[in-house]
Write a protein that binds this ligand. Structure first.
Ligand code: 6PG
Length: 250
């Protein structure tokens, strides 16, 4: 699959120098989405990510979340989930809830976890039904205002791993997947849903991400094997929050 646009022309890099700055920039993006306006604007639907970078950001965000004056507009979903119980140390929902969401006085119907602890395929279908019920549609695909993503050193994002590029060419909105190293069952949003979002927000910090980002931002042949390279918004924005080591000499 070749792309007409160079990656550098479709992606915006915003430099952050600390996890605190990452959290502040995340808040700025929520503000841009109108979360702090007092108008009766529709809800803001966000899909959170797992991984250590977002988790550190959630911990910082807890100290800033009082600035989210109209958090009742926020609905939280997940871009992917490990197939473990919600209180398991690896649960993306569990980690976000423990570090941030439990402190935000959200009502239960503002949090929509992926119930990955049972049959992944059955639960993928269930999550598709949740998306259909809770989200507006754009071009026939569920629409998220914001999807938060990390990038793995193998180029994976959400739980779309390099051996599953087919998840960018499927009618499914949610799919089961298997982590290639750990063989852990996963559930993930597919490429169509991610690329349909209003804002796709990658968070990538540290020099260990530099090789992957150099390949992606310079449209290297190797980048085509990275799922992250195929995250290209249809009509939304693609923003990367990175520190200097991650984007050194890009
Ligand atoms: C997960 C994430 C995964 C993560 C990347 C980057 O469930 O683990 O969805 O895609 O974002 O592996 O993780 P780090 O930010 O920890 O490098």
């Amino acid at each position: 699959m070749a792309y007409s646009a160079n990656y550098k022309d479709i992606a915006e890099i915003r430099l952050v120098s600390s996890i605190g700055e990452l959290a502040s920039e995340f808040l700025n993006i929520l503000t841009d989405l109108g979360i702090s306006d007092n108008d009766s604007r529709k809800a803001v639907n966000i899909a959170l990510s797992g991984g250590s970078t977002p988790l550190k950001m959630y911990e910082k965000l807890r100290l800033l979340q009082h600035e989210l004056v109209t958090r009742e507009k926020l609905n939280f979903f997940w871009g992917d989930e490990r197939c473990v119980p919600p209180d398991h140390m690896e649960s993306n929902y569990g980690n976000a809830y423990k570090t941030l969401l439990q402190y935000m006085n959200l009502s239960d119907d503002q949090i929509h976890r992926i119930r990955g602890e049972n049959d992944p395929d059955k639960k993928s279908n269930r999550y598709e039904m949740i998306l259909k019920e809770k989200l507006p549609m754009k071009d026939g695909v569920p629409f998220f205002d914001l999807i938060v993503l990390g990038v793995g050193e193998d180029g994976h994002t959400a739980s779309i791993f390099p051996d599953r590029l087919d998840l960018f060419d499927t009618n499914l909105w949610v799919s089961s997947a298997i982590h290639p190293q750990t063989q852990q069952n996963r559930i993930t949003l597919t490429g169509d849903v991610i690329n349909n979002a209003g804002i796709i927000l990658f968070m990538a910090l540290g020099k260990e991400k530099n090789k992957i980002l150099k390949d992606i931002f310079n449209d290297k042949k190797t980048a085509f094997s990275y799922p992250s390279y195929h995250i290209r918004p249809g009509s939304g924005k693609l923003i990367w929050l990175c520190d200097k080591p991650a984007v050194n000499r890009i």
